[in-house]
Write a protein that binds this ligand. Structure first.
Ligand SMILES: NC(=O)c1ccc[n+]([C@@H]2O[C@H](COP(=O)([O-])OP(=O)(O)OC[C@H]3O[C@@H](n4cnc5c(N)ncnc54)[C@H](OP(=O)(O)O)[C@@H]3O)[C@@H](O)[C@H]2O)c1
Length: 252
């Protein structure tokens, strides 16, 4: 099989680490994100090793997603692994203090965007058949509630259920689907969530050992390269130094 990975949100964090990890193993890459200069940097860093196609893409724009997939050069058209990674959390405040616009951005990116890309690539993946994968970036927030997670956690619950539901309909096609659900990981995620607050970023990761982007890229690579008859349904990955908290109780 000609191995081609299509990665959304390749300009940072897990997506960028996946680009490097898959390139190391000789996969062709289709890399997208909104920041053009970062895509250019990645292409420059990787194109000596493997064929790389980059495209500026906002996953929220369904027409742009469809057009981008339809315009893939022949060499990159037979995608065998979709890594639905583009996503974000916004507004760590309690739900009742959050702007509706932030809710909409999370839903549009993490739910609608992921659905847009999946819909556009499903025919290709089904055509490629056994051994192909859809790897969706969920989160531990998809099934563990915590303060300030509100719409973000709910979008990741969508990712989990959508991944499972896709498996039902893709039975018999050979296409695998996995919800990769990381816990605390140090990327640009917290900077985005806090509107660029470097102190908040530093405080969250200070004195502990979060997962790195490379840790998750390694797990994603593992999932994508398992023998074709194996499907990991969900991979829930946390740093050893993170666990769950007790129930919170309101008292008089
Ligand atoms: N870090 C964590 O603790 C953690 C834990 C669990 C799950 N996750 C999930 O993992 C995924 C990757 O996050 P990360 O931690 O690697 O964060 P990150 O470093 O902020 O990377 C997020 C990526 O998503 C892209 N993106 C955001 N909005 C987009 C849009 N509308 N269209 C296209 N691309 C968009 C960004 O690229 P551009 O800005 O260039 O578009 C960037 O490449 C997300 O789905 C996130 O929810 C993260």
């Amino acid at each position: 099989m000609n191995r081609i990975a299509f990665i959304t949100g390749a300009t940072s964090g897990f997506g960028r680490a996946c680009a490097h990890r898959f390139a190391e193993a000789g996969w062709s890459l289709v890399l997208s994100g909104r920041r053009e200069e970062r895509l250019a940097e990645l292409r420059e860093a990787l194109e000596d090793k493997v064929p790389v196609h980059t495209a500026v893409l906002d996953v929220r724009d369904d027409a742009a997603v469809k057009a981008m997939v339809e315009a893939l050069p022949d060499e990159f058209a037979g995608v065998t692994c979709l890594i639905n990674n583009a996503g974000l959390a916004l507004a760590p405040q309690p739900t009742q203090q959050v702007d509706l616009a932030d809710w909409h951005t999370m839903i549009d990116t993490n739910v609608r965007g992921l659905a847009n890309v999946t819909h556009a690539l499903l025919p290709t993946l089904i055509e490629q058949g056994a051994g192909t994968s859809i790897i969706n970036l969920g989160s531990v927030a998809g099934d563990t509630p915590y303060p300030g997670s509100h719409v973000y956690g709910a979008t990741k619950a969508f990712v989990k259920q959508f991944s499972y539901n896709l498996r039902c309909d893709l039975l018999g096609t050979g296409v695998r689907v996995t919800d990769v659900a990381p816990g605390l990981s140090e990327t640009e995620f917290t900077l985005v969530r806090t509107g660029g607050n470097q102190d908040a970023h530093d405080a969250l990761y200070q004195g502990t050992t979060p997962l790195s982007a490379e840790d998750i890229a390694e797990q994603i690579f593992y999932v994508a390269t398992l023998p074709a008859h194996i499907n990991i349904n969900r991979m829930d990955v946390m740093p050893v130094r993170q666990a769950w908290a007790p129930f919170a109780i309101d008292r008089d």
